[in-house]
Design a protein around this ligand. Structure first.
Ligand code: SF4
Ligand code: SF4
Length: 461
């Protein structure tokens, strides 16, 4: 395949059937609602129940075992197609915007850190309400995201049918957007204008992309609204090699906020697994609990509100304020620690590269080189989050003994991809031979740190 191929057939197919997209959104909306709401009215599954014969377990498997990991994997092949074609939240937000107040999007929403905060809040809340374990937890997480998407759509976003939630605040969209940079799909202007990516509240794009200046994939939700195959203007759909954009990231608007998100999100997700897996967590919890009780803080041993933490006496799980604080603090500590380590290693790589004659200033090199972690972070996340999917593979005839090997193979692929990417990024900065290898060493250490941190979650202790 050449470096880039225009997908005429897909452009024409979507242009012909664009009017049917609304029906897909309606179907997805009712499907998602059924998965979220019906289990709330069913008794908790018995110990012998499986997802074959119990709707609650079936809904849980569809959401965490299929939807979550597969949406991540789909980004490599089709970019943010989930957002533009299937997501009922984004569609509801856009619909609300069509009848809403259409106020200009305020600066606090447009701030690059807003989706990072939103991601942290939702990820930690998903743990404290145990969204993987109980349908009430799923309903809280998705209900909150749904309400925010609709309210933001109703209030902000001048122009026709904009999606301020999808551009600025959606935690899933942020993650998909960052990883879509390694995707095999790109929407590119037919008549590109110089000046780099820009924000445009006017125009047809629901995520406010200035179409003729579009370069990066991050904010494109693949709604196809700008694609008119036979017209001279607008955007065209291109297939490219996965990773092509990241390997030449300097041409595609590299962004420091993405890097901080990549570091923090990786650490936070690892933290969400480690507190369950590491025995040290129980020891620390015991220590903090005793310390608090000795000071007369008895409230710390009581259960809090069910919208903030898991309170399911029937399901033999009741979190106390102690659990809430311990889970939150451990996850945040893990995120900060991993961010500090990766930032230090990337700084070292950037400094070495600078001393050996690489181009760009320190900060730009730092940002560019940090994109090398993207493949290993994404693959680890997909394997870690897809635990249920791997557990279900024996039902499809895959021998159970083969599953660790499959995980290891995917994991090794992510590691290898990151290392090759790091090397290419350094080559792009003008380093060759031994100089490049030397500057690569800290990045290799960073990739190893991500791999080792995920190891207990993916392969057990
Ligand atoms: S950004 Fe979020 S709400 Fe919007 S379409 Fe994507 S996943 Fe759905
Ligand atoms: S660039 Fe085009 S396909 Fe992408 S979100 Fe904007 S209008 Fe939709």
């Amino acid at each position: 395949m050449p470096a880039e191929t225009r997908l005429w057939w897909l452009e024409r197919f979507v242009a012909r059937h664009r009017d049917k997209l609304a029906w897909i959104h309606v179907g997805m909306f009712f499907g998602f609602m059924a998965l979220m709401i019906i289990p709330l009215f069913l008794p908790l599954p018995g110990d012998q129940a499986t997802f074959y014969d119990n709707f609650t377990l079936f809904a849980n498997f569809v959401i965490w075992g299929l939807w979550f990991p597969l949406v991540f994997v789909s980004v490599i092949f089709t970019g943010r197609s989930w957002c533009g074609v299937l997501c009922p939240l984004g569609a509801a937000s856009e619909w609300a915007n069509g009848i809403g107040m259409k106020r200009p999007v305020p600066r606090w929403v447009r701030w690059e850190g807003t989706p990072i905060v939103s991601f942290i809040v939702i990820t930690v809340l998903a743990q404290t309400v145990d969204a993987r374990g109980f349908p009430q937890g799923i309903a809280i997480i998705f209900g909150l995201a749904f309400a925010c998407a609709v309210v933001l759509g109703l209030v902000y976003g001048p122009g026709k049918k904009k999606r301020p939630w999808c551009r600025h605040m959606c935690p899933i969209g942020l993650m998909l957007g960052v990883f879509s940079r390694i995707g095999a799909i790109q929407f590119a202007p037919k008549r590109p204008r110089a000046g780099g990516d820009a924000y445009a509240e006017k125009g047809p794009c629901p995520t406010m992309i200035d179409l003729n200046r579009k370069a990066e994939s991050r904010h494109c939700i693949e709604c196809f609204r700008c694609v008119h195959p036979e017209a001279k203007g607008g955007l065209k759909l291109i297939a490219r090699w996965p990773g092509a954009e990241v390997a030449q990231i300097r041409k595609y608007d590299p962004n420091a906020s993405e890097i901080w998100f990549l570091f923090l999100a990786t650490g936070l997700s690892i933290g969400g697994f480690l507190w369950l897996a590491l025995p040290q967590y129980d020891w620390l919890r015991q220590f903090v609990g005793t310390w608090a009780i000795e000071r007369g803080w008895y409230w710390i041993g009581t259960a809090g509100p069910a919208w903030l933490m898991s309170v399911h006496p029937d399901g033999r799980e009741v979190y106390t304020w102690l659990d809430f604080f311990m889970i939150t603090v451990s996850m945040l500590a893990c995120a900060v620690a991993l961010t500090a380590v990766l930032a230090a290693l990337t700084s070292l790589s950037s400094s070495i590269a600078g001393a050996l004659g690489a181009d760009l200033r320190f900060r730009a090199r730092f940002v560019e080189q940090a994109y090398a972690y993207m493949p290993v972070a994404m693959v680890s996340l997909a394997i870690g989050l897809g635990g249920e999917l791997f557990e279900a593979l024996p039902l499809l005839g895959v021998p159970a003994a083969l599953i660790p090997a499959i995980k290891l193979g995917l994991f090794a692929l992510g590691v290898l991809w990151s290392l090759v990417l790091g090397s290419r990024l350094l080559a792009g900065q003008g380093l060759r031979g031994a100089k490049r290898s030397l500057a690569l060493l800290p990045l290799i250490a960073g990739v190893a740190v991500i791999g080792l941190a995920w190891w207990p979650a993916i392969f057990g202790l």
